[in-house]
Design a protein around this ligand. Structure first.
Ligand code: SF4
Length: 454
């Protein structure tokens, strides 16, 4: 189970009427992508930004912004710390004008680019890669005299993942990185257009999903819609968006996340059957895959652990010995579904293995006969540089132990992961269009290929 320490969510909308409520609900639907801070930038005759630390409901309690065009952001930090200065959208003013920008992703050549921009005279007030992107676009715009050309030029230097929403000159500009790491979609209702990290944000404001924003696309939503393109690179959709990060009710890259997760469970049941009475999920991360596993294996599906939804983000018990209590506060066994039974316990991933170890202990204390763990992604062995908070190799149990070693460590009766081939088939995209770097160590962006900003 990867904790929700993932990247961010972005949203933008242009309408003939006020958009505050729709941005609010759009961000609310994207809250799973970041819970640290939330913000909006809205345009009337000038751009106004409101942002703060906290959830969307907390940041916009008693706040209303006027405007028919605006962007929004929910954040979990990747580059830059968790502090208000790094909350988004960012507003930037320069000799060529001003704009607000929000970003989902992570720029891997951030430090080099920032250093060069500082040498050229840019002054930074935050440590976020988003400000670096903004300064780079501003410099390129000033140099080339055209905003879209400035973005195109900036894209030649930026390496990493970025889905950007920019509010400028009464337009929304959506930019997706040339690899298309993070999902990004376009929605429509009559003459109103919106862009969002996931389609679930369009559903909740009654907008129709039109299509995905393409890798490398610069989509300008003004009086009309224009598409421009930056550099062409190998597509590399993040496989973890399908496995865990995106909401199951989202359609990303034209695929239902829910159906993919069920397929992952089905494949796992074919590849790794278990002698068991019933299939239970780790809530909520293993739920959809466990439905697929249960159907394919014809074993009863049931809930075995109950999640306490009211344990807040700040629920931290500091002492090491109280960690077990922390897990119990969050997930408590449903004894009637466990006692005397052999169980298949399904989750989406194992990172450190510590939570899984505690869950198995809790389940065994509730008198389960056997616990067979099945994981709907292959072992994670390498860090992610593209916006998911898995940064150091030492944190992965699978980079230190083989499968039998992991099984012993977590105390399971058996352990199996889906195969790489099974994962790719269940997703239904060609291997050449997926990022699988945290599984294989083969990164879509090679450091030596990066273009230097002179
Ligand atoms: S390294 Fe893994 S988590 Fe990161 S973008 Fe690639 S597939 Fe996604």
């Amino acid at each position: 189970m990867i904790k929700s320490r993932d990247k961010c969510g972005v949203f933008g909308i242009k309408s003939k009427s006020g958009v505050f409520d729709r941005i609010y609900y759009g961000l609310y639907a994207l809250q799973h992508r970041g819970q640290e801070s939330a913000g909006m930038a809205m345009c009337t005759d000038h751009i106004r930004v409101h942002k703060d630390m906290g959830l969307v409901t907390e940041v916009f309690n008693h706040i209303h912004l006027e405007g028919n065009i605006g962007i929004g952001h929910v954040r979990y930090s990747t580059t830059g710390g968790s502090k208000i200065e790094n909350a988004q959208p960012l507003f930037i003013q320069y000799s060529g004008g001003n704009f607000a920008i929000a970003h989902n992703g992570n720029i891997i050549n951030y430090a080099e680019l920032r250093e060069t921009l500082e040498r050229r005279g840019s002054i930074f007030s935050t440590t976020s890669d988003t400000e670096m992107i903004a300064q780079l676009i501003a410099q390129e715009h000033t140099k080339l005299g055209d905003f879209v050309e400035g973005i195109k030029s900036a894209m030649n230097y930026l390496e990493g993942s970025y889905s950007l929403v920019i509010l400028c000159d009464r337009k929304i500009i959506a930019v997706r990185d040339p690899h298309g790491f993070r999902p990004f979609v376009l929605g429509q209702s009559g003459e109103d257009y919106a862009v969002a990290s996931e389609s679930c944000a369009l559903d909740c404001i009654n907008m129709k999903l039109v299509r995905d924003i393409k890798p490398s696309e610069i989509l300008v939503i003004g009086n009309c819609i224009e598409s421009h393109f930056g550099p062409e690179k190998r597509t590399a959709h993040c496989m973890f968006e399908y496995v865990y990060f995106a909401r199951p009710d989202s359609i990303i890259n034209g695929k239902s996340v829910y159906e993919i997760r069920k397929n992952l469970g089905k494949t796992l049941a074919e590849e790794a059957p278990a002698k068991a009475d019933r299939v239970i999920p780790v809530p909520d991360s293993g739920r959809t895959a466990s439905i697929g596993y249960s159907r394919e294996s014809k074993k009863t599906y049931g809930e075995g652990l109950m999640k306490n939804r009211y344990v807040g983000r700040t629920f931290i018990i500091p002492e090491q010995e109280n960690r077990e209590m922390e897990v119990k506060m969050k997930l408590n066994p449903i004894k009637s579904g466990i006692e005397g039974k052999s169980l298949v316990l399904v989750d989406d991933s194992l990172v450190r293995g510590t939570t899984m170890k505690q869950l198995i202990q809790i389940i065994k204390e509730a008198n389960a006969k056997e616990v067979h763990v099945r994981i709907s992604s292959p072992p994670i062995r390498y860090p992610c540089h593209y916006g998911i908070d898995m940064q150091t190799q030492t944190e992965f149990i699978a980079s230190k132990k083989d499968i039998e070693g992991i099984r012993k460590e977590i105390g399971a009766d058996s352990l199996a992961y889906i195969s790489l081939e099974g994962l790719i088939n269940a997703i239904g995209e060609p291997e050449s269009e997926l990022c699988l770097a945290c599984l294989t160590g083969e990164y879509p962006i090679k450091r030596k290929e990066q273009t230097k900003l002179l």
